[in-house]
Design a protein. Sequence first.
Length: 114
Amino acid sequence: MVRAQATGTPFVSPITAWGLSIAAQKPPHRDPPQLNSTISKWFRAARRATSAKVIPIQQTIAIEAAEVPVVTGHKDPGDCYLIATSRVRKIPIITHDAVVRKLAIHGYLDVIVC
């Protein structure tokens, strides 16, 4: 968390690419993201544009992700990995998701609302 705040370096989880891929498969009436590119190309371009560093999913993150639903009741697998990454690496998660933001109210997670 200190390094991230000191340098301003954004971090991203590979689960973000997975979630984006899932969202892009939604039917038009469910408002899928309009990327005008493949998911891989868009994700690479977004990382380059923001200088974001990818945080690999390691064993400690995977174990923590399995604990998230037990502790919080939140069962979205993508969110569980993002929350676990944030908690293990001690960096805030940037989100507009109301369910994830509620976890910060209880002190379980450090959130930056966007």
